[in-house]
Design a protein around this ligand. Structure first.
Ligand code: GAR
Length: 203
């Protein structure tokens, strides 16, 4: 079992999808060693508690810069033996220090079809732009924001009467299916990175 740290900032529905997959599928392959939040009081921490998974808060506000915050996140993950970082609605950008410590071992989920609509407001940005299709991207994290090699994507139609809430809900349904699939493949060693390309191999 690959020990992983799941990084969160919010309600944790994607964390829940990973917890459910690990409970339901004996071949899931990843063990959530710790959940780390950048803020206290979020739903994701509650979900960790309910599942008996250790949870830690590394408060963004307690650090002077991104570098020292990122080092603290990695140190916390390492204390629990985590060999990869899974960003499940984590709304902070990690510094190159973290990427050097976990090369091709940090995975993020993003609620748009990258490279369209990177950043923290992907769903309202897609709606404002008037796209007819948006979706989900799961990718490895590199030094640029929402930029690393793409592991998987799923398109989601945009409807003319969508609000941010209705579109995000439709996207999240797909996130909860895609994310566990990707983490299972990653844990099995089935993802090979060649430049910008991720090749899915049989394990
Ligand atoms: C998810 O939709 C995820 O794609 C998004 O935050 C949401 C977290 O939901 N991530 C980003 O926007 C990252 N830029 P959750 O806390 O219920 O999993």
């Amino acid at each position: 079992m690959l020990p992983v740290a799941v990084l969160v900032s919010g309600s944790g529905s994607n964390l829940q999808a990973l917890l459910d997959a690990s409970a339901a599928d004996p071949e899931f392959g990843a063990r959530i060693a710790v959940v780390i939040s950048d803020r206290p009081g979020v739903g994701a921490l509650q979900r960790a508690l309910q599942s008996g998974v250790p949870a830690e808060v590394v408060r963004w506000g307690e650090f002077n810069d991104r570098e020292s915050f990122s080092v603290a996140i990695c140190d916390t993950a390492e204390r629990y033996g985590a060999e990869a970082l899974i960003l499940a609605g984590f709304m902070r950008i990690l510094s190159p220090a973290a990427i050097d410590r976990y090369p091709n071992r940090i995975i993020n989920i993003h609620p748009a079809l990258l490279p369209a609509f990177p950043g923290a407001h992907a769903v309202p940005a897609a709606l404002a732009h008037g796209v007819k299709v948006s979706g989900v991207t799961v990718h490895f994290v590199d030094d640029e924001v929402d930029h690393g090699p793409i592991i998987a994507q799923q398109a989601v139609p945009v409807q003319s009467d969508d609000t941010e809430e209705t579109l995000h809900a439709r996207i999240q349904k797909e996130e909860h299916l895609l994310f566990p699939l990707v983490i299972k493949a990653f844990s099995a060693g089935s993802l090979r990175v060649v430049g910008r390309h991720v090749i899915w191999e049989e394990s």
